[in-house]
Write a protein that binds this ligand. Structure first.
Ligand SMILES: Cc1cc2nc3c(=O)[nH]c(=O)nc-3n(C[C@H](O)[C@H](O)[C@H](O)COP(=O)(O)O)c2cc1C
Length: 204
C-alpha cells in the first residue's frame, strides 16, 4: 500500500517521541511523510494539494501526540477543510472509499489510565471516537490506534526503542500488504500486532 503519514506536532523541537518516529518513517520505501506544522505554520491549508495526496495513497496515518484527548489543532483544521462533502463523503464523495487509516499516537498518561476503571475512564480507542466516526463516514477502513503510553518517561526508561522497532514493522507490513487488516480493525490497539511483526521489509 502507498502510505501517507501526516505528522501533527506544534513543537517538534521538544519532541522525544513523535520526532524520531517521523524521521524513521522517512526511511521506509513506499511512504510519503508530511509535517503539517512545517508546511502550514499559518494554518492556510492547500485543500486541493491535500486531496490529491489522499487520492494518490492507499493508507493514511495520523502521527501525533494526544493533546486534550484529541490531536493538535492543525490536524483538526486539516480534517475540517480537506474532508469536503462531495470529495470524502456524501452521495458524490467517494474519493476515500476503502482506504486504510489509523492514529499513531503518544500519550503522557500510562496505559492503565486508559481503561474503564482508570483515570481517563475509557480506553484510547473509545476516546479517539471522533477519528473513527469520521473515518466511517468517509468510508475509510479505520484500524485500532498504535500508541506509546507514558510517553514522557519512555526515553529515560528505554521503552522508545522497542516502540520505534514496532513502528517500523508496522509501516513495512502495511506498505508490503502483509498487515492483517481485519485483525487490525478489531483490536483495541495495534501494539501487540505491531510488536509481532518483523522490523525490516521482507525480500520480494
Ligand atoms: C497541550 C497538551 C495537552 C496534552 N493532553 C494530553 C492528554 O489529553 N492525554 C495524555 O495522555 N497526554 C496529554 N499530553 C501529553 C502529551 O501527549 C505528551 O507530552 C506527548 O505525547 C509526548 O510526545 P512528544 O515527545 O513527541 O512531544 C498533553 C500535552 C500537552 C502539551
Amino acid at each position: 500500500m502507498r502510505t501517507l503519514i501526516y505528522l501533527a506536532h506544534p513543537r517538534l523541537d521538544r519532541s522525544e517521541v513523535n520526532g524520531p518516529l517521523f524521521e524513521a518513517a522517512q526511511t521506509v520505501t513506499g511512504t510519503t511523510c508530511v509535517d503539517l506544522y512545517a508546511e502550514y505554520p499559518t494554518f492556510e491549508i492547500d485543500v486541493a494539494r491535500e486531496q490529491d495526496r489522499l487520492v494518490a495513497h492507499d493508507a493514511v496515518i495520523f502521527l501525533h501526540p494526544v493533546y486534550w484527548y484529541s490531536a493538535p489543532a492543525l490536524l483538526k483544521e486539516w480534517q475540517d477543510l480537506v474532508l469536503e462533502h462531495g470529495f470524502a463523503y456524501g452521495h458524490e464523495g467517494h474519493a476515500l472509499d476503502g482506504k486504510v487509516t489509523f492514529n499513531a499516537v503518544s500519550c503522557g498518561a500510562a496505559d492503565a489510565a486508559y481503561s474503564d476503571g482508570g483515570a481517563n475512564g475509557a480506553d484510547l480507542r473509545t476516546l479517539l471516537a471522533p477519528f473513527e466516526k469520521t473515518a466511517d463516514l468517509c468510508r475509510l477502513r479505520y484500524l485500532a490506534p498504535f500508541a506509546l503510553f507514558g510517553a514522557g518517561r519512555a526515553v529515560e526508561e528505554g521503552r522508545d526503542k522497542a516502540h520505534l522497532a514496532s513502528w517500523l514493522g508496522l509501516l513495512n507490513a502495511l506498505t508490503d500488504d502483509r498487515l492483517d487488516i481485519e485483525a487490525a480493525r478489531a483490536s483495541r490497539t495495534l501494539n501487540d500486532i505491531a510488536a509481532a511483526l518483523p522490523v525490516a521489509s521482507e525480500p520480494a
